[in-house]
Design a protein around this ligand. Structure first.
Ligand SMILES: [Zn+2]
Length: 316
């Protein structure tokens, strides 16, 4: 209720507003509000919107250019990874006797992860996300593959180091090599018996070398082999050294290829100073020459064959 001062009555009297006047005032209010609203909108659009759109367009263009750079980087990373995968499959795995990984193994798990990208509404972002996910997945698989290669390489290195690949007596000390392996007349017993190793004739006291890494399983005296040493190389391989004047290792000791384990002698059933040398694979005697000849250079091998060709008997 509004009041107005009446000068004639000197009183404040209530103002009576008719419904018609009220409707008229409401209409005026709405008309002014609408006019101001529309006018403001037109003014806003004509003044500010074009500026915003220009900036927005520039931002969009900038973003698109940056996306292109990102895609190129992703493609480049993918190409580099592909080269690494190719090398892995075609070179490293071939050298180490491993099967190459097939493509399905390399992309395993990608499908499940792609679902996470479904919630991304912008196609450019989604595409980049999926591409990055695939790369990440391939990288994980490749990292696992390289880890496997490293483990295999360590195993092979250990195996190669354990292989009885060198001569147990140096060529400079070697005066004769008896390459007879298999059945032959025993020089002392006088009957046919297998000769399960090679005989290296060398001066008494010449050093005897472990032919591969391993651990000494036996170091003792026996009637037939005299002072003898057995070395277990692992991987099913064992070497035996007999007729030593003395051994300088003990059972359980680790030995490295080329380490002196004893000296040439004439103990046990032997007709002269020499080393009787055997190689066993899975418990079966094998010809040692098949192992160490690969480790010799041409001159050493020729010398060995020349020395070996001079003998037709064993010394046991
Ligand atoms: Zn022998």
């Amino acid at each position: 209720m509004r009041y107005i001062y009446n000068a004639e009555t000197c009183k404040y009297e209530p103002v009576i507003v008719s419904p018609k006047d009220a409707a008229k005032k409401l209409f005026q209010f709405l008309a002014i509000t609408f006019t101001l609203g529309v006018g403001g909108l037109i003014y806003f659009n004509s003044t500010f919107a074009p500026v915003d759109e220009t900036i927005q367009t520039q931002i969009n263009q900038g973003l698109k250019a940056e996306w292109q750079v990102l895609y190129k980087q992703l493609d480049r990373a993918s190409d580099q990874l592909h080269a690494l995968e190719h090398n892995d499959d075609q070179n490293y795995r071939v050298i180490l006797d491993l099967e190459p990984l097939d493509q399905s193994q390399r992309e395993a798990g990608v499908g499940g992860r792609e679902k996470a990208s479904e919630s991304i509404m912008y196609p450019l972002v989604r595409q980049a996300y999926e591409q990055a996910e695939k790369l990440k997945n391939r990288l994980e698989i490749e990292a696992q593959s390289l880890q496997q290669l490293q483990e295999e390489l360590n195993k092979k290195e250990k195996m190669w180091a354990s292989r009885p690949a060198i001569q147990p007596v140096s060529n400079k000390d070697l005066t004769r090599l008896h390459t007879l392996f298999g059945l032959r007349m025993h020089p002392l017993l006088g009957y046919v018996r297998p000769h399960n190793g090679l005989d290296f004739t060398a001066p008494q006291g010449a050093p005897i070398y472990a032919t591969g890494d391993g651990s000494v399983s036996i170091a003792q005296y026996s009637e037939s082999l005299g002072n003898m040493v057995f070395v277990d190389h692992g991987f099913g391989l064992q070497t035996r050294y007999g007729h030593m004047t003395k051994s300088i290792v003990h059972a359980g000791e680790r030995v490295k290829r080329g380490q002196v384990i004893g000296y040439v002698g004439n103990t046990g059933t032997s007709v002269g100073p020499h080393l009787h040398y055997e190689v066993l694979y899975q418990g079966t005697y094998v010809n040692p020459i098949n192992f160490f000849q690969r480790d010799l250079n041409n001159r050493e091998y020729e010398k060995l064959i020349e020395i070996g060709s001079q003998s037709v008997t064993s010394l046991d």
